[in-house]
Design a protein around this ligand. Structure first.
Ligand SMILES: [Zn+2]
Length: 182
């Protein structure tokens, strides 16, 4: 028996067999994502490196089927989630970043195919796909441009060095005071 996540098949084959793939993989199964995370974590002091980052799991389910009654247009619906270790771009400390992606894809070799509002079109360069590659791309696309802790939970090293914890905005307080009086 093959591995449905890793085997290359055409989307039509996957759709015709109504393939459902439940998976729990390690981040290191996704080479590009691993390289991105590794590059990001390299900026940390070695003693701050989250020791288990290579063990991070990505889990989810992929469900293949057809979008149309004529069974011409293969589609994929599914969910992927993972909590990955990255570096907060404000305080430059480690951050556990939860990612949750909902997949709604149509597979087409023709870029004229319109997925409408709900579905994105996955343009086929080759006839077959590897479902694992779809999972990897979904997670990479879900990465924020700059990962940060929740607002106000951390500050940049510059501010920390200056010993400032000033989040009071005197003008804002004054302004709201004046508005109340009027
Ligand atoms: Zn932070």
């Amino acid at each position: 028996m093959g591995n449905p996540l890793r085997d290359r098949r055409t989307p039509k084959e996957l759709a015709a067999s109504r393939q459902v793939i439940d998976f729990a993989i390690k981040i290191t199964d996704l080479e590009q994502l691993t390289a991105i995370v590794e590059g990001d974590l390299e900026t940390l002091d070695p003693d701050k490196l989250p020791s288990g980052w290579r063990e991070t799991q990505a889990t989810g389910q992929l469900r293949f089927g057809f979008a149309d009654a004529q069974e011409a247009l293969p589609q994929l619906e599914g969910e992927v989630s993972a909590t990955i270790d990255v570096v907060c771009q404000r305080c430059l400390e480690p951050l556990s970043l939860p990612l949750a992606v909902e997949l709604k894809l149509l597979f087409a070799a023709d870029e004229a195919v319109d997925g409408g509002d709900d579905f994105e079109v996955w343009e086929l360069d080759e006839e077959s796909i590897r479902p694992l590659d779809v999972v990897e791309e979904a997670l990479i696309m879900a990465l924020p441009l700059a990962a940060m802790h929740d607002n106000e939970k951390c500050r940049s090293p510059d501010e920390a060095e200056a010993g400032e914890s000033v989040t009071i905005r005197p003008f804002a307080a004054l302004k709201s005071q004046m508005e109340k009086e009027n």
